[in-house]
Design a protein around this ligand. Structure first.
Ligand SMILES: *Cc1c(COP(=O)(O)O)cnc(C)c1O
Length: 433
């Protein structure tokens, strides 16, 4: 299906980037389970290697199944192009790779998926990249943290573990006033609930592992470029604006225009760092995208019902869900996620650590595991799992105090979800009595 069409979101989620297979007429996108692609002749091979012809060379750079998914996600986000990767974390690495040199900095919201905090503040240090975390609830903190070394600003649209929403439009304005791109992790919202590019974001990253694949069966990530940021300004982004020795002095911005960032992501990012998405996972994620709208509708409907039920439950001290009136982020939710505030959120259970452990051991329908965005309802007690290395003070600051449970509400019958939570909370209450 061609780009720039006026098709609706549901139509694009099924058709964008795909047509019947040119070789066989297969209607569903085939899994091109191959490592390499045969050249027509030596000239064809040379022009592919020089990036003079679009085509397939070797699976680390591009693959036709993955290319369909890239076009699909770019189109759902309203972007120019996308690069798929092996995981959400590698998408983040690839998103920063064209922008940062050793010694450079980026500013990020400190309300992030826990793994991203570790990646930004510890592992990226080994590349000489500094992730500076600030409280973006006060967006001026971002402006104050900008230095001549700052190359990007990062936030999550709807922050994991939930309840927190970034003011994307304000952050984009601060970024652009300083000649910087805004990168938004849109994993928890998905483009069905929020399209950050429409609010000024320049790049969008995803862990497709979560709602886009949607069935808890395929790791993956994506970097989407809006195609509108000027990478050529000054000397800020030399990877994109200066001649690339590994491609005979080709300059990405001059040669590829608004596709420069996306082509760099494949031709240098995937080529040299290597976190390529497997074609099988691309296929599973394409299948997930086709039902994204339907699944997200049920996810948010069920999550809203669970949040309302738990906010009245005697065993529950608090519920952090932006879809609830009175939540501090409710106004931002109405602006940025008018359809619903996602399906992942945290609650505080009365009875602290032991009660939290008892709930995850007592659920029957819910799965006790470290993931979100599955058809199945999921639960985790961060203090005894993902955040157990931290002190109580550190864990509490990260929103993972001893009483916190994180829920990812699935697509099961709502009565069954509520009954399971109620019986597990009841068992925790009997423990305390
Ligand atoms: C899971 C997640 C990631 C990391 O993605 P992986 O696919 O697990 O590598 C990044 N950001 C957010 C918001 C996530 O939920």
């Amino acid at each position: 299906m061609t780009r720039n069409s006026r098709y609706g979101f549901e139509t694009l989620s099924i058709h964008a980037g795909a047509g019947p297979d040119p070789a066989t007429g297969a209607r569903s996108t085939p899994i091109y389970q191959t490592t390499a692609f045969v050249f027509d002749d030596a000239d064809h091979a040379a022009s592919l290697f020089n990036l003079q012809t679009f085509g397939y060379i070797y699976g680390r750079l591009t693959n036709p199944t993955t290319a369909v998914l890239e076009e699909r996600i770019a189109s759902l986000e309203g972007g120019r192009g996308a690069t798929c990767t092996a995981s959400g974390h590698s998408a983040q690495m690839l998103a920063f790779f064209p922008l940062l040199q050793p010694g450079d900095e980026f500013i990020s919201s400190r309300r992030l998926y826990g793994g991203s905090i570790t990646q930004f503040t510890r592992t990226f240090k080994k590349f000489g990249w500094s992730g500076v975390l600030v409280d973006t609830d006060e967006p001026e903190n971002v402006r104050r943290a900008i230095t001549p070394k700052t190359k990007a600003i990062f936030c999550e649209s709807l922050a994991n573990p939930g309840g927190v929403i970034s003011d994307i439009e304000v952050l984009a304005k601060i970024a652009h006033e300083n000649g910087l791109p805004l990168i938004v992790d849109n994993t928890m919202a998905t483009p069905y609930l929020c399209r950050p590019i429409e609010w000024g974001a320049d790049l969008v990253v995803h862990s497709t592992t979560k709602f886009l694949s949607g069935h808890g069966n395929a790791m993956g990530g994506a970097v989407v470029d809006s195609g509108t940021f000027d990478w050529g300004q000054g000397d800020k982004f030399p990877s994109l604006s200066k001649p690339e020795p590994a491609y005979h002095g080709l300059t990405f911005t001059e040669t590829f225009g608004d596709l420069a960032y996306t082509i760099y992501g494949h031709a240098v990012g995937l080529r040299d760092l290597g976190p390529t998405m497997a074609p099988m996972n691309a296929y599973l994620t394409i299948m997930g995208c086709e039902t994204l709208a339907l699944r997200m509708q049920r996810h948010i409907e069920n999550a809203q019902a669970v949040a309302e039920y738990l906010s009245r439950h005697p065993q529950v001290a608090w519920v952090s869900y932006a879809g609830l009136k009175g939540n501090p982020y409710h106004a931002l939710a109405k602006k940025y996620l008018p359809k619903g505030a996602g399906s992942v959120f945290t609650i505080g259970i009365k009875g602290g650590y032991d009660a939290g452990v008892k709930v995850v051991e007592s659920v029957d329908l819910f799965s006790h595991l470290a993931n979100i965005g599955d058809t199945r309802s999921l639960i985790i007690h961060p203090a005894s799992t993902t955040h157990r290395q931290l002190s109580v003070e550190q864990a509490t600051a990260a929103g993972a105090g001893p009483d916190v449970l994180r829920l990812s509400i699935g697509l099961e019958s709502i009565d069954d979800i509520l009954r399971d939570l109620d019986q597990a909370l009841g068992q925790a209450a009997r423990l305390a009595a």
